[in-house]
Ligand binder design. Structure first.
Ligand code: SDX
Length: 428
């Protein structure tokens, strides 16, 4: 196959180089398109546009493949932990014993927030959404890392990365406790990452939370499955902000804001709200599915569909199996899970969903597990952010290590008024 693409525009013809990735993906490098033809490309929602080359995560949406640094998600889900996978995603390879010990020790050393951060929490109303608090507090954390703002390169990157991964958990638990008027719990250095989060969220001054190993494992798996996902909306936002050479905390704080939307990370909360609405209405799902197919209803089947996966989202399959295990272990019979399974079953034979290749995505079942673990609805997307932090950090590191980082600045096609004069207010 030729390594150039010939584009004919009227009398003109231009040759553009073809880039091939390690998994055989092909792209036309249009860097010289405008200078050679005056044309730009237009791609609403960037559905066909690659913003970068990256070595972190590979997705094949047609085959339902997801690999972090080449390792299939199914293997990591079965054999790894969130923190080991976070190391893999950020540093490129699985850690050996010493590297994992050092990484875990760094997370422990940096799990405490600066004591002055507590005043910020007091400033939020009790019902402030924890995603708003998380985004603000990540930036506030940066203020206590003065070296962060000093130089072009990221000084002590490992410490900054560990601080973010570790403290995002402390911030999340503090915002949950504050929203309930409960005293904040400090992290315990003897606990591992996910157990520590559950301790900080659910222990009380007079009673330690009982840490069921199945519960800890289920939440750790949710974090692992959310750890990265190539150039999704929030990760692209992190790269956009990083491209201006803003600091790591500012970039990840922006990522939190992008993730919050119900079409992205906010979908896990929206799925539970949808299942609750169906349950309350006594609908067996039929009416809601009909509404989701009717564009005028403004409703969508939340947790379904994906820009990249036109086959099953491999994460959804793993989470669904984990869902059954957790509810079985905790002896929970959740009617919302039954509704979710009925919805999935009904869509498999419905041409609307089949033709559009709409399958459950990562958000469809994750909320049911989190609900079973006692995590409140408004904290679901915060859990997604905790899981995605290593992916955001890895993408930040990757763009910062590029020889020549160009600021992200897309073009546009202008469709507004053509030139016209100023009209004095008396004549308007
Ligand atoms: C995440 O990008 C990532 O990798 C994201 C993520 C990650 O790990 O970072 O995987 C996490 O965000 C998962 C997605 C969570 N969002 C939802 O579950 C919200 C519901 N799903 C959709 O809104 C939608 O499917 C998106 C946003 C996920 C994808 O949107 P696209 O690719 O822009 O697809 P589209 O809106 O152009 O839809 C194509 C067609 C349309 O119908 P037609 O115009 O062809 O008739 O499919 C329909 C849509 O109306 N459609 C749906 C639907 N999703 C798409 N119809 C009903 N219910 C849905 N959920």
């Amino acid at each position: 196959m030729s390594n150039v693409a010939e584009i004919k525009l009227g009398e003109k013809s231009v040759s553009l180089p073809i880039v091939v990735g390690t998994e055989g993906e092909h792209a036309i490098d249009i860097a010289k398109l405008r200078s050679q033809t005056g044309y730009i490309t237009l791609d609403d929602g960037y559905g066909n546009t690659g913003s970068c080359e990256s070595a972190i995560t590979f997705i094949d949406g047609e085959k339902g493949i997801l690999r972090y640094r080449g390792i299939p998600i199914e293997e990591l889900a079965q054999k790894s932990t969130f923190i080991e996978t976070a190391y893999l995603i950020i540093y490129g390879n699985l850690p050996n014993h010493q590297q994992l010990r050092q990484f875990s020790d760094l997370l422990t050393r940096h799990e405490l927030l600066h004591e002055d951060m507590k005043f910020h929490f007091q400033g939020f109303p009790a019902k402030a959404h924890p995603m708003a608090i998380l985004s603000s507090m990540i930036n506030a954390c940066g203020c206590f890392s003065p070296t962060l703002l000093e130089t072009e390169s990221i000084p002590d990157f490992d410490i900054q990365a560990a601080r973010l991964i570790s403290q995002v958990r402390t911030i999340a638990s503090f915002s949950y406790r504050k929203s309930r008027g409960l005293p904040m719990n400090y992290p315990k250095p003897t606990y591992k990452y996910t157990a520590n989060l559950l301790h900080m969220m659910f222990s009380s001054p007079y009673e330690e939370v009982e840490l069921n190993p199945e519960v800890v494992k289920a939440l750790d798996l949710i974090f692992l499955l959310h750890a990265d996902h190539e150039q999704n909306c929030s990760t692209s936002t992190v790269r956009m902000v990083a491209s201006s050479r803003a600091n790591l905390f500012a970039s990840c704080s922006a990522g939190v804001c992008a993730l919050w939307g119900p079409l992205h990370g906010g979908a896990n909360q929206a799925v539970l709200e949808m299942l609750g609405e169906i349950h309350q209405s006594g609908d067996d799902g039929t009416r809601f599915i009909a509404a989701a197919k009717d564009k005028s209803s403004g409703k969508r089947l939340m947790g379904f569909g994906h820009r990249v996966y036109k086959n099953h989202d491999p994460r959804a399959k793993i989470i669904k199996a984990q869902c059954d295990r957790v509810l079985d272990t905790l002896h929970i019979n959740d009617p919302l899970l039954d509704i979710a399974k009925r919805l999935e079953e009904a869509t498999l034979n419905d041409s609307y969903f089949v033709e559009r290749k709409l399958y459950p995505n990562v958000d469809f079942y994750s909320g049911i597990i989190m609900r079973a673990l006692g995590i409140p609805l408004e904290m679901f997307t915060v859990m997604f952010a905790i899981g995605r932090m290593p992916g955001w950090i890895a993408n930040y590191k990757e763009i910062m290590e590029e020889k020549e980082t160009r600021i992200y600045r897309p073009r546009q096609i202008y469709t507004g008024s053509t030139v016209r004069g100023y009209i004095p207010i008396e004549e308007r």
